[in-house]
Design a protein around this ligand. Structure first.
Ligand code: C2E
Ligand code: CA
Ligand code: CA
Length: 593
């Protein structure tokens, strides 16, 4: 069998050619799009082709369009370098049959080719394999984009035809996966898939033969899409979309029982309707944008994207590129929130909290960008910038003796940062670059991050500890940790999550829990910090419970470095009004008792 291989990159071409030839194919190589189109349109041309996306003279999708327009039924596989949904949809729209992400491994390549050769003879089982997600058995991304493109065409050709698309993203799936392990994560994914199937519309009788009418597909790690075809009504399918979204929330509400764990999940759902869309990627982008909005507004909810087609939408990919640019331009800045001793109300340190000074959108809080920074790995360079800035300021404050006692700087370390191989070297580098005394640097980690591989965590934390840097356990009480873990790790500080502090002055129960946590921390030799103190009664109560220090809007919002410096100068903090550029209404004055 003859295969056309069109790729202008010599190295990639030779590697692919070798794999194909070993698989018994005769390979015809060309280096540009014109030559590819000509070969495919020749009388005795190849019936199958692998086309690089970017080529001189004519790109891959345009070759697909040209040969399809000329009536060719050759099996066309596009080679793309990034797994962007838009690209893949564009490829299918242009007439491609499949796609490969470059660089691809030989097995993957052979599997795709095999599907191609058989699909010419319509081999049902292989088709199934190529179109389904092996874990959940649901249709996969390739299958879904084809159906979506078909629906867009249908809507274009038949005014009045409606369909809706739901983009479903499981909230905090990574946390579950990291803390309970991948095997349980996989089981959970399968159960979620089953529940999603329960939430969709079914074909009407004959009874006993009902099959789902809507397409439920898994298109990424924790991302599902649901395509509601042929929606009746005058509302473009919004109503159908909303009803299915509500049913999804209901079916996900019940606990999942996995081995010995009881797990609860929620989903953020974006709905878009396709009747006015001109291409599939537009529908997908708009559902994705609505899902992202649902996340931003607090997760566990759905949003309908009713932006008119063509209007700019928040696109995760766009945002990721924007963050990348922001990193290059050093737009990320540490803000500082004081940590205050509850005994004498002096500032004992600061927590560095990242902000993004966006050239167009102004000052952005972490909830706008942290999740994407974490998913894309960009949190690593962002964290490096924040840490360097914070350590420099800290050194300056400590050297100038502006504060009566040495200050500690606390830096957040996310799961992704913790997973980096060179974490210890990074910490070492910061110490030597900024000259900060390691005794005044504290890294904040969360319980979940230590659970996945406790041995590795223990060893890393020990190494960091040996540099003289301390570790604090952040958001305590919200994760899945057990006392065993606490005992294994060299922890100096326990930070009680602010959900326990909220309304503590009115809840005996909460006060008892916090009291227990504080004495637990003290018994294990740790200092205890209460987060989220918002008023004087909370502060007084925590002090009476023997909590060492506190942090919260009552003392000060996170502020830029120069304002943090002013907080230090106007000692004691109890007598001045805290500075608070970040939010309205203004936080309470700290009252001297
Ligand atoms: P976190 O580590 O739990 O940080 C405390 C969060 O609580 C901050 O939100 C802070 O502004 C907020 N907060 C402080 N006092 C109060 C209060 O009295 N009431 C209430 N309701 N909230 C209060 P922020 O700055 O939006 O940061 C959110 C999260 O983003 C942080 O939670 C942390 O997990 C993460 N984060 C922030 N900066 C960085 C960073 O530089 N690197 C990494 N890896 N993560 C960061
Ligand atoms: Ca923190
Ligand atoms: Ca915290």
């Amino acid at each position: 069998m003859k295969i056309l291989l069109a790729d202008d990159d010599a190295v990639s071409r030779i590697l692919l050619q070798r794999t194909l030839e070993r698989g018994g194919f005769k390979v015809l190589c060309v280096e540009d799009g014109h030559a590819a189109a000509a070969a495919l349109l020749a009388d005795d041309g190849p019936r199958m082709a692998i086309l690089d996306w970017e080529m001189p003279l004519q790109d891959g999708p345009s070759v697909c369009r040209e040969v399809r327009a000329a009536g060719s039924s050759a099996y066309l596989i596009l080679l793309t370098s990034r797994e962007a949904v838009e690209d893949i949809v564009t490829g299918f729209d242009a007439g491609a049959d499949d796609y490969l992400i470059h660089p691809c491994n030989p097995d993957e390549l052979k599997a795709r080719i095999r599907v191609g050769t058989r699909s010419l003879q319509l081999q049902a089982s292989l088709m199934h394999e190529a179109q389904h997600d092996p874990l959940t058995g649901l249709p996969n991304r390739a299958c879904f984009v084809k159906r979506l493109a078909h629906n867009v065409r249908r809507a274009r050709e038949h005014p009045g035809y409606n369909f809706a698309l739901l983009f479903v993203d499981i909230d905090r799936f990574k946390v579950i996966n990291d803390s309970l392990g991948h095997l349980i994560g996989d089981e959970l994914m399968k159960s979620i898939a089953q529940r999603l199937l329960q939430a969709v519309r079914f074909e009407s009788p004959p009874p006993g033969h009902s099959a789902p009418r809507d397409l439920v597909a898994r298109i990424g790690g924790d991302e599902f899409v649901i395509l509601l075809e042929n929606c009746a009504g005058l509302d473009n399918g919004v109503d159908a979309g909303v009803r299915v979204a509500q049913r999804i929330q209901t079916v996900l509400k019940q606990a999942f029982f996995l081995e010995n764990h009881e797990v609860f999940v929620t989903a953020s759902i974006g709905i878009s309707t396709g009747s006015d869309a001109t291409d599939a990627s537009e529908v997908l982008r708009s559902a994705d944008a609505a899902m992202y909005k649902a996340k931003r507004l607090g997760k566990a909810r759905f949003e309908v994207n009713d932006t008119p087609p063509g209007a700019p939408t928040v696109n995760r990919l766009q945002l990721e590129n924007d963050i990348r640019r922001g990193v290059e331009n050093e737009e990320f800045e540490a803000f500082y929130q004081p940590i205050v001793s509850l005994d004498d109300r002096c500032i004992v340190g600061f927590e560095a909290l990242v902000r993004w000074r966006h050239p167009q959108h102004g000052l952005l809080q972490p909830d706008h960008f942290l999740e994407i920074a974490e998913d894309s790995g960009l949190i690593v360079p962002i964290g490096a910038q924040v840490t360097r800035q914070a350590c420099r300021w800290m050194r300056r404050w400590n050297d100038s003796l502006i504060s009566p006692r040495p200050l500690t700087i606390c830096i957040n370390v996310s799961p992704r940062q913790f997973a980096e191989d060179d974490l210890v070297e990074r910490v070492q580098r910061v110490l030597s670059e900024t000259g900060i005394d390691p005794a005044f640097l504290e890294l904040e980690i969360t319980e979940n991050l230590t659970m996945q591989d406790a041995d590795r965590a223990a060893s890393l934390l020990d190494q960091i500890n040996r540099l003289g840097v301390s570790i604090s356990l952040d958001d305590f009480g919200t994760g899945y940790s057990s006392l065993n873990y606490l005992l294994r790790f060299p922890l100096r500080t326990l930070k009680v999550d602010r959900s326990f502090i909220y309304d503590i002055e009115n809840s005996r129960e909460r006060a008892t829990i916090v009291e227990t946590i504080i004495s637990l921390g003290h018994n294990l030799g740790m200092r205890v910090v209460a987060e989220g103190i918002e008023n004087a009664s909370q502060m007084d109560l925590l002090r009476s419970l023997d909590c060492d220090s506190g942090q919260g809007y009552f003392f000060s919002h996170p502020v830029p470095a120069n304002e943090a410096e002013q907080l230090l100068q106007r000692r004691p903090i109890g007598l001045i009004e805290a500075l608070h550029p970040e939010s309205q209404p203004r936080p309470a004055l700290l009252m001297a008792s």
